[in-house]
Design a protein around this ligand. Sequence first.
Ligand SMILES: NC(=O)c1ccc[n+]([C@@H]2O[C@H](COP(=O)([O-])OP(=O)(O)OC[C@H]3O[C@@H](n4cnc5c(N)ncnc54)[C@H](O)[C@@H]3O)[C@@H](O)[C@H]2O)c1
Ligand SMILES: [Fe+2]
Length: 363
Amino acid sequence: MAFRNFKMVGYVIYGRGSFNQLAEIIAPHRKAGAPMIFLVDHFFEGKALASRVPVSDKDAQHPADKIIFVDVTYEPKTTYVDSLANQLKEEFGTVSGIIGIGGGSTLDLAKAVSLMMNNPGSSADYQGWDLVKNPGVYKVGIPTLSGTGAEVSRTTVLTGPTKKLGMNSDFTPFDQIVLDPELTANAPVNQRFYTGMDCYIHCIESLTGTFLNEFSKSYGEKALQLCRDVYVKKNGWDAESDDKLMMASYAGGMSIAYSQVGVAHAISYGLSYLLGTKHGIGNCIVFDKLEEFYPEGVKEFKYMVEKNNIEIPKNICAGLSDEDFNKMIDVSMGLKPLWENALGPDWEKQMTRERLRALYEKL
Ligand SMILES: NC(=O)c1ccc[n+]([C@@H]2O[C@H](COP(=O)([O-])OP(=O)(O)OC[C@H]3O[C@@H](n4cnc5c(N)ncnc54)[C@H](O)[C@@H]3O)[C@@H](O)[C@H]2O)c1
Ligand SMILES: [Fe+2]
Protein backbone atom coordinates (compact mmCIF):
# COMPACT_ATOMS: atom_id res chain seq x y z
CA MET A 1 0.00 0.00 0.00
CA ALA A 2 1.34 3.42 -0.93
CA PHE A 3 -0.12 5.09 2.15
CA ARG A 4 0.00 3.60 5.59
CA ASN A 5 -3.46 2.98 7.05
CA PHE A 6 -2.71 3.02 10.71
CA LYS A 7 -4.68 1.78 13.64
CA MET A 8 -5.05 4.19 16.51
CA VAL A 9 -5.97 3.88 20.17
CA GLY A 10 -9.69 3.13 20.70
CA TYR A 11 -10.69 5.52 23.46
CA VAL A 12 -8.91 8.40 25.17
CA ILE A 13 -9.81 10.10 28.42
CA TYR A 14 -7.78 13.11 29.51
CA GLY A 15 -7.81 15.25 32.63
CA ARG A 16 -6.71 15.63 36.22
CA GLY A 17 -8.52 13.01 38.28
CA SER A 18 -9.71 11.02 35.25
CA PHE A 19 -8.09 7.95 36.85
CA ASN A 20 -11.06 7.97 39.25
CA GLN A 21 -13.32 6.90 36.37
CA LEU A 22 -11.38 3.72 35.69
CA ALA A 23 -13.87 1.34 37.38
CA GLU A 24 -16.69 2.71 35.26
CA ILE A 25 -14.63 2.63 32.05
CA ILE A 26 -13.64 -1.01 32.34
CA ALA A 27 -16.98 -2.34 33.68
CA PRO A 28 -18.53 -3.02 30.23
CA HIS A 29 -15.47 -5.06 29.26
CA ARG A 30 -15.76 -7.62 32.04
CA LYS A 31 -16.38 -11.14 30.76
CA ALA A 32 -17.98 -13.93 32.78
CA GLY A 33 -15.41 -16.00 34.67
CA ALA A 34 -12.52 -13.72 33.76
CA PRO A 35 -10.91 -11.11 36.02
CA MET A 36 -9.27 -7.79 35.17
CA ILE A 37 -5.50 -7.83 35.70
CA PHE A 38 -3.69 -4.67 36.71
CA LEU A 39 0.01 -4.58 35.87
CA VAL A 40 1.30 -1.81 38.11
CA ASP A 41 4.84 -0.37 38.05
CA HIS A 42 6.63 -1.71 41.15
CA PHE A 43 7.44 1.86 42.18
CA PHE A 44 3.81 2.14 43.36
CA GLU A 45 3.81 -0.88 45.66
CA GLY A 46 2.67 0.43 49.04
CA LYS A 47 2.02 3.91 47.59
CA ALA A 48 -1.30 5.77 47.57
CA LEU A 49 -1.95 5.09 43.87
CA ALA A 50 -1.95 1.32 44.44
CA SER A 51 -4.84 1.61 46.88
CA ARG A 52 -6.84 3.61 44.32
CA VAL A 53 -6.71 0.82 41.72
CA PRO A 54 -10.34 -0.34 41.33
CA VAL A 55 -9.87 -4.07 42.01
CA SER A 56 -13.20 -5.79 42.12
CA ASP A 57 -13.88 -8.65 44.56
CA LYS A 58 -15.02 -12.11 43.57
CA ASP A 59 -18.74 -12.28 42.73
CA ALA A 60 -21.14 -14.80 41.17
CA GLN A 61 -19.81 -14.07 37.68
CA HIS A 62 -16.13 -13.21 38.10
CA PRO A 63 -13.11 -14.28 40.10
CA ALA A 64 -11.45 -11.44 42.02
CA ASP A 65 -9.31 -9.00 40.03
CA LYS A 66 -5.59 -9.11 40.56
CA ILE A 67 -2.82 -6.55 40.87
CA ILE A 68 0.64 -7.67 39.75
CA PHE A 69 3.45 -5.26 40.61
CA VAL A 70 5.80 -5.51 37.67
CA ASP A 71 9.55 -5.24 37.99
CA VAL A 72 10.81 -2.60 35.56
CA THR A 73 14.35 -2.41 36.88
CA TYR A 74 15.25 -3.68 33.42
CA GLU A 75 13.30 -2.80 30.32
CA PRO A 76 10.83 -5.52 29.32
CA LYS A 77 12.25 -8.81 28.10
CA THR A 78 10.38 -11.38 26.04
CA THR A 79 11.02 -13.94 28.80
CA TYR A 80 9.25 -11.71 31.35
CA VAL A 81 6.27 -11.16 29.03
CA ASP A 82 5.99 -14.91 28.43
CA SER A 83 6.16 -15.75 32.11
CA LEU A 84 3.47 -13.20 33.02
CA ALA A 85 1.15 -14.42 30.25
CA ASN A 86 1.73 -18.08 31.11
CA GLN A 87 1.10 -17.43 34.78
CA LEU A 88 -2.25 -15.78 33.94
CA LYS A 89 -3.25 -18.56 31.55
CA GLU A 90 -2.51 -21.18 34.20
CA GLU A 91 -4.32 -19.33 36.93
CA PHE A 92 -7.39 -18.07 35.04
CA GLY A 93 -7.47 -19.62 31.55
CA THR A 94 -8.37 -16.25 30.15
CA VAL A 95 -8.76 -12.73 31.55
CA SER A 96 -11.14 -9.86 30.77
CA GLY A 97 -8.39 -7.34 30.30
CA ILE A 98 -4.89 -6.14 31.08
CA ILE A 99 -4.50 -2.68 32.53
CA GLY A 100 -0.97 -1.23 32.61
CA ILE A 101 -0.25 1.58 35.08
CA GLY A 102 3.28 2.99 34.98
CA GLY A 103 6.02 4.32 32.73
CA GLY A 104 6.72 3.21 29.17
CA SER A 105 8.13 -0.12 30.35
CA THR A 106 4.91 -1.02 32.15
CA LEU A 107 2.78 0.13 29.22
CA ASP A 108 4.81 -2.05 26.87
CA LEU A 109 4.49 -5.03 29.21
CA ALA A 110 0.72 -4.55 29.34
CA LYS A 111 0.42 -4.45 25.54
CA ALA A 112 2.66 -7.48 25.09
CA VAL A 113 0.99 -9.58 27.79
CA SER A 114 -2.43 -8.75 26.33
CA LEU A 115 -1.27 -9.98 22.92
CA MET A 116 0.33 -13.13 24.34
CA MET A 117 -2.93 -14.11 26.06
CA ASN A 118 -4.29 -14.91 22.57
CA ASN A 119 -1.23 -15.83 20.53
CA PRO A 120 0.70 -19.10 20.75
CA GLY A 121 4.43 -19.51 21.38
CA SER A 122 6.78 -16.86 22.70
CA SER A 123 6.61 -13.08 22.33
CA ALA A 124 10.07 -13.39 20.72
CA ASP A 125 8.34 -15.03 17.71
CA TYR A 126 6.48 -11.78 17.06
CA GLN A 127 9.32 -9.24 17.31
CA GLY A 128 9.14 -7.47 14.00
CA TRP A 129 6.52 -5.95 11.76
CA ASP A 130 3.01 -7.40 11.44
CA LEU A 131 3.80 -10.87 12.74
CA VAL A 132 1.11 -10.95 15.46
CA LYS A 133 -1.77 -13.17 14.29
CA ASN A 134 -4.64 -12.63 16.73
CA PRO A 135 -5.96 -9.61 18.64
CA GLY A 136 -5.01 -9.61 22.32
CA VAL A 137 -7.41 -9.25 25.24
CA TYR A 138 -8.86 -5.82 26.10
CA LYS A 139 -6.00 -3.54 27.10
CA VAL A 140 -5.77 -0.19 28.86
CA GLY A 141 -2.69 2.05 29.25
CA ILE A 142 -2.31 4.57 32.06
CA PRO A 143 1.00 6.46 31.97
CA THR A 144 2.70 7.68 35.14
CA LEU A 145 5.64 9.22 33.24
CA SER A 146 5.29 11.36 30.11
CA GLY A 147 7.42 11.19 27.01
CA THR A 148 7.72 7.78 25.41
CA GLY A 149 4.51 7.93 23.39
CA ALA A 150 4.05 4.23 24.25
CA GLU A 151 0.47 5.13 25.14
CA VAL A 152 -0.35 5.72 21.46
CA SER A 153 2.13 3.64 19.51
CA ARG A 154 1.56 0.42 17.56
CA THR A 155 4.59 -1.24 19.09
CA THR A 156 5.84 -2.68 22.33
CA VAL A 157 9.60 -2.66 22.63
CA LEU A 158 11.04 -5.94 23.93
CA THR A 159 14.50 -7.32 24.41
CA GLY A 160 14.56 -10.88 23.13
CA PRO A 161 17.19 -13.58 22.78
CA THR A 162 18.59 -12.14 19.56
CA LYS A 163 17.24 -8.61 19.20
CA LYS A 164 15.68 -5.59 20.78
CA LEU A 165 12.63 -5.01 18.64
CA GLY A 166 8.95 -4.33 19.09
CA MET A 167 5.87 -6.39 18.40
CA ASN A 168 4.74 -3.94 15.75
CA SER A 169 1.20 -4.63 14.64
CA ASP A 170 -2.33 -3.33 14.22
CA PHE A 171 -3.31 -5.41 17.27
CA THR A 172 -0.76 -3.65 19.49
CA PRO A 173 -2.34 -0.22 20.26
CA PHE A 174 -4.36 0.10 23.45
CA ASP A 175 -8.16 -0.11 23.38
CA GLN A 176 -8.28 2.65 25.96
CA ILE A 177 -5.83 5.09 27.47
CA VAL A 178 -6.31 7.20 30.58
CA LEU A 179 -4.25 10.39 30.56
CA ASP A 180 -4.31 11.81 34.06
CA PRO A 181 -1.46 14.30 34.61
CA GLU A 182 -1.85 13.98 38.38
CA LEU A 183 -0.19 10.58 38.12
CA THR A 184 3.10 12.04 36.92
CA ALA A 185 3.32 14.70 39.62
CA ASN A 186 5.91 13.15 41.88
CA ALA A 187 8.26 11.53 39.40
CA PRO A 188 11.97 12.05 40.19
CA VAL A 189 13.46 15.08 38.41
CA ASN A 190 16.13 13.20 36.45
CA GLN A 191 13.82 10.38 35.33
CA ARG A 192 11.16 12.88 34.31
CA PHE A 193 13.72 14.75 32.24
CA TYR A 194 15.10 11.64 30.50
CA THR A 195 11.61 10.42 29.61
CA GLY A 196 10.52 13.93 28.61
CA MET A 197 13.54 14.18 26.32
CA ASP A 198 12.45 10.96 24.62
CA CYS A 199 9.51 13.04 23.40
CA TYR A 200 11.69 16.01 22.45
CA ILE A 201 13.97 13.69 20.46
CA HIS A 202 10.96 12.03 18.77
CA CYS A 203 9.94 15.49 17.58
CA ILE A 204 13.36 16.45 16.24
CA GLU A 205 13.82 13.09 14.53
CA SER A 206 10.36 13.19 13.00
CA LEU A 207 10.45 16.85 11.93
CA THR A 208 13.86 16.60 10.26
CA GLY A 209 13.22 13.16 8.77
CA THR A 210 12.68 12.29 5.11
CA PHE A 211 9.35 10.54 5.91
CA LEU A 212 7.77 13.77 7.14
CA ASN A 213 4.30 14.72 5.91
CA GLU A 214 1.80 17.32 7.09
CA PHE A 215 0.11 14.85 9.42
CA SER A 216 3.35 14.12 11.31
CA LYS A 217 4.43 17.70 11.15
CA SER A 218 1.23 19.02 12.73
CA TYR A 219 1.59 16.76 15.74
CA GLY A 220 5.38 17.06 15.91
CA GLU A 221 5.35 20.85 15.95
CA LYS A 222 2.76 20.94 18.70
CA ALA A 223 4.66 18.41 20.79
CA LEU A 224 7.89 20.34 20.31
CA GLN A 225 6.24 23.58 21.41
CA LEU A 226 4.90 21.88 24.56
CA CYS A 227 8.34 20.44 25.37
CA ARG A 228 9.85 23.91 24.96
CA ASP A 229 7.18 25.45 27.19
CA VAL A 230 8.11 22.99 29.91
CA TYR A 231 11.89 22.78 29.62
CA VAL A 232 12.96 26.06 28.01
CA LYS A 233 10.42 28.71 29.04
CA LYS A 234 9.26 27.69 32.48
CA ASN A 235 11.33 28.07 35.61
CA GLY A 236 10.55 25.19 37.90
CA TRP A 237 7.93 22.45 37.77
CA ASP A 238 4.20 22.77 38.45
CA ALA A 239 0.88 21.13 37.60
CA GLU A 240 0.79 22.87 34.23
CA SER A 241 4.14 21.24 33.39
CA ASP A 242 2.62 17.81 34.00
CA ASP A 243 -0.44 18.70 31.87
CA LYS A 244 1.71 19.93 29.01
CA LEU A 245 4.25 17.12 29.01
CA MET A 246 1.49 14.51 28.99
CA MET A 247 -0.01 16.06 25.85
CA ALA A 248 3.47 16.49 24.35
CA SER A 249 4.02 12.75 24.75
CA TYR A 250 0.69 11.97 23.09
CA ALA A 251 1.29 14.35 20.17
CA GLY A 252 4.91 13.23 19.80
CA GLY A 253 3.71 9.63 19.61
CA MET A 254 1.15 10.60 16.96
CA SER A 255 3.86 12.35 15.00
CA ILE A 256 6.12 9.30 14.77
CA ALA A 257 3.13 7.05 14.05
CA TYR A 258 3.12 8.48 10.55
CA SER A 259 6.86 9.02 10.22
CA GLN A 260 9.74 7.40 12.13
CA VAL A 261 12.39 8.11 14.67
CA GLY A 262 15.99 8.59 13.58
CA VAL A 263 19.70 8.50 14.40
CA ALA A 264 19.46 8.89 18.19
CA HIS A 265 17.05 5.98 18.51
CA ALA A 266 18.98 3.81 16.06
CA ILE A 267 22.17 4.25 18.10
CA SER A 268 20.56 4.07 21.51
CA TYR A 269 18.91 0.70 20.72
CA GLY A 270 22.40 -0.76 20.32
CA LEU A 271 23.49 0.65 23.68
CA SER A 272 20.45 -0.71 25.35
CA TYR A 273 20.91 -4.15 23.79
CA LEU A 274 24.53 -4.47 24.87
CA LEU A 275 24.71 -2.46 28.09
CA GLY A 276 21.08 -2.42 29.22
CA THR A 277 21.08 1.40 29.09
CA LYS A 278 17.49 2.56 29.57
CA HIS A 279 15.67 4.22 26.72
CA GLY A 280 15.27 7.76 28.05
CA ILE A 281 18.77 8.20 29.45
CA GLY A 282 20.30 6.30 26.50
CA ASN A 283 18.66 8.68 24.04
CA CYS A 284 20.03 11.63 26.00
CA ILE A 285 23.56 10.19 26.04
CA VAL A 286 23.42 9.69 22.27
CA PHE A 287 21.59 12.86 21.27
CA ASP A 288 24.15 14.97 23.13
CA LYS A 289 26.74 13.86 20.51
CA LEU A 290 24.67 14.22 17.34
CA GLU A 291 25.45 17.81 16.29
CA GLU A 292 26.38 16.66 12.79
CA PHE A 293 22.85 15.34 12.22
CA TYR A 294 20.67 17.66 14.31
CA PRO A 295 22.65 20.87 14.92
CA GLU A 296 19.81 23.06 16.22
CA GLY A 297 18.12 20.33 18.23
CA VAL A 298 21.35 19.36 19.96
CA LYS A 299 22.13 22.98 20.81
CA GLU A 300 18.71 23.42 22.42
CA PHE A 301 19.04 20.06 24.16
CA LYS A 302 22.30 21.14 25.78
CA TYR A 303 20.60 24.33 26.94
CA MET A 304 17.76 22.35 28.52
CA VAL A 305 20.21 20.01 30.26
CA GLU A 306 22.01 22.95 31.77
CA LYS A 307 18.92 24.95 32.68
CA ASN A 308 17.30 21.99 34.38
CA ASN A 309 20.48 20.91 36.14
CA ILE A 310 20.56 17.42 34.71
CA GLU A 311 23.45 14.99 34.72
CA ILE A 312 24.14 13.17 31.41
CA PRO A 313 26.52 10.21 31.88
CA LYS A 314 29.69 10.22 29.80
CA ASN A 315 32.29 7.68 28.60
CA ILE A 316 29.94 4.76 28.86
CA CYS A 317 31.59 3.00 25.89
CA ALA A 318 35.12 3.31 27.25
CA GLY A 319 36.76 -0.10 27.53
CA LEU A 320 34.37 -1.99 25.25
CA SER A 321 35.86 -4.68 22.99
CA ASP A 322 35.64 -4.88 19.19
CA GLU A 323 33.11 -7.64 19.64
CA ASP A 324 30.97 -5.36 21.82
CA PHE A 325 31.08 -2.54 19.30
CA ASN A 326 30.19 -4.95 16.52
CA LYS A 327 27.16 -6.19 18.42
CA MET A 328 25.88 -2.65 18.90
CA ILE A 329 26.55 -1.83 15.27
CA ASP A 330 24.63 -4.95 14.15
CA VAL A 331 21.59 -4.03 16.24
CA SER A 332 21.69 -0.44 15.06
CA MET A 333 22.21 -1.23 11.37
CA GLY A 334 19.23 -3.60 11.53
CA LEU A 335 16.90 -0.66 12.12
CA LYS A 336 16.58 0.21 8.45
CA PRO A 337 13.42 2.36 8.59
CA LEU A 338 15.02 4.61 11.22
CA TRP A 339 18.14 5.19 9.14
CA GLU A 340 16.13 5.69 6.00
CA ASN A 341 13.98 8.29 7.70
CA ALA A 342 17.04 10.09 9.02
CA LEU A 343 19.32 9.96 5.99
CA GLY A 344 17.20 9.02 2.99
CA PRO A 345 17.07 5.97 0.72
CA ASP A 346 20.85 5.89 0.18
CA TRP A 347 21.54 5.82 3.94
CA GLU A 348 23.78 2.76 3.65
CA LYS A 349 26.28 4.77 1.62
CA GLN A 350 26.32 7.49 4.29
CA MET A 351 26.24 5.42 7.46
CA THR A 352 29.06 2.92 7.16
CA ARG A 353 30.02 0.59 10.00
CA GLU A 354 33.19 2.68 10.50
CA ARG A 355 31.25 5.92 10.88
CA LEU A 356 28.86 4.29 13.29
CA ARG A 357 31.72 2.85 15.32
CA ALA A 358 33.21 6.34 15.62
CA LEU A 359 29.88 7.62 16.91
CA TYR A 360 29.66 4.86 19.53
CA GLU A 361 33.21 5.65 20.63
CA LYS A 362 32.14 9.23 21.45
CA LEU A 363 29.50 8.12 23.97
N1 LIG B 1 6.15 1.30 22.80
C1 LIG B 1 6.70 2.41 22.43
O1 LIG B 1 6.29 3.00 21.45
C2 LIG B 1 7.85 2.96 23.19
C3 LIG B 1 8.39 4.19 22.83
C4 LIG B 1 9.46 4.69 23.57
C5 LIG B 1 9.93 3.97 24.66
N2 LIG B 1 9.38 2.76 24.98
C6 LIG B 1 9.83 1.99 26.11
O2 LIG B 1 9.52 2.69 27.29
C7 LIG B 1 10.47 2.36 28.30
C8 LIG B 1 10.96 3.62 28.96
O3 LIG B 1 9.87 4.18 29.61
P1 LIG B 1 9.98 5.36 30.64
O4 LIG B 1 11.04 6.29 30.23
O5 LIG B 1 8.60 5.89 30.81
O6 LIG B 1 10.52 4.70 31.97
P2 LIG B 1 10.24 3.29 32.68
O7 LIG B 1 8.86 2.84 32.48
O8 LIG B 1 11.34 2.36 32.27
O9 LIG B 1 10.41 3.69 34.20
C9 LIG B 1 11.61 4.28 34.67
C10 LIG B 1 11.64 4.30 36.18
O10 LIG B 1 10.68 5.23 36.69
C11 LIG B 1 9.84 4.62 37.67
N3 LIG B 1 8.55 5.34 37.64
C12 LIG B 1 7.53 5.26 36.76
N4 LIG B 1 6.57 6.16 37.04
C13 LIG B 1 6.98 6.82 38.14
C14 LIG B 1 6.43 7.88 38.93
N5 LIG B 1 5.27 8.48 38.61
N6 LIG B 1 7.13 8.30 40.00
C15 LIG B 1 8.33 7.74 40.31
N7 LIG B 1 8.91 6.76 39.61
C16 LIG B 1 8.23 6.30 38.54
C17 LIG B 1 9.84 3.17 37.31
O11 LIG B 1 9.55 2.34 38.39
C18 LIG B 1 11.27 2.97 36.80
O12 LIG B 1 12.14 2.75 37.89
C19 LIG B 1 11.54 1.55 27.62
O13 LIG B 1 11.35 0.19 27.94
C20 LIG B 1 11.32 1.80 26.16
O14 LIG B 1 11.72 0.73 25.35
C21 LIG B 1 8.33 2.28 24.27
FE1 LIG C 1 11.73 6.89 22.10
